[in-house]
Write a protein that binds this ligand. Sequence first.
Ligand SMILES: [Zn+2]
Length: 347
Amino acid sequence: MSPWLTRHRAPTLAFSTALWRLHWQRAAAMVLAALTLTGAAAISHAADDAQPPLNLQQVSPHGYFVEGLTQLGSPQNQNFISNAGFVVTPAGVVVIDALGSPRLAERLLAAIARVTDQPVTDVIVTHYHADHIYGLQVFQRRGARIVAHRGAREYLQSETAHLRLEASRTDLAPWIDAGTRLVPADEWVDGPVRLQRGGITFEIDHVGPSHTPEDLTVFVPSERLLFAGDLFFNGRLPFVGKADSSQWIRSLDQVLARDTAVVVPGHGPASRDPARDIGMTRDYLHHLRESMGKAVDDFVPFEEAYTATDWSAFEHMPMFGPANRMNAYNTYLLMEEEALGRQAPSR
Ligand SMILES: [Zn+2]
């Protein structure tokens, strides 16, 4: 997935450029690998095969999701780098997150239509990062009601959001184009909301500010199914960005306290062993906070602290290369802020 290219919290320009280069190198390598592996067959079906497969996975009696690729967003993958889920009820389909381009949202609708005749009545947005929302307009046009947390409104009105969309129109063309819009929610929620559809209850909870200010989780008790959004990156390193990792850890503990059979993350495969899998995201956040926090307390400069830190427990994980250094740096800045907060005179 490509937080670095499609997310709103852009890193420095130099870093973006470096990531761009990485991105194109990877894209080129992927194309080359695909051609080498599949040869002439791939070329004869090029038009169809060019689309990344959108395979539905059923995770509970009425719950499904599609798993985004562990890649950076690119024209080749239509920005299919995040997950989206849905639950079929007798009174309509409730979708969780809208994927990273209108084209993907249309493909998700087609996949839903293969499971049920019910229309999509609601789309719950776990957070407003680009890779989860650029498909929203497709659902809205079909009459679905968009539900999200109020905390996203500031971002939607920000210059950053508009600049990011503008950049995506180039970076992710033709999938993101002049017709792609930022879609606000039809219903902004504040706190916990219980949504009933066709006798199925959806417990929508605000768990931010964690990964973003507006993080929501969606729990379906009758299915023991939880959609965790980007609180949870399964089997890979998370993108930390400007997250509040302390609240994030508390939110993960809340998620773990629930009686779940399966948890669908924002990225990566569904987990049937949340204690183990979510534990890994949590351990990583702890490690970042502990190592960078100690460096800040001891006045050790970032470079030195980064080099001295033992990353061996995490360096085998996918996305370590592109993500870890930036995660560590952002955590270092956060720990500085927290340290200053501790020293500030009480008001
Ligand atoms: Zn994401």
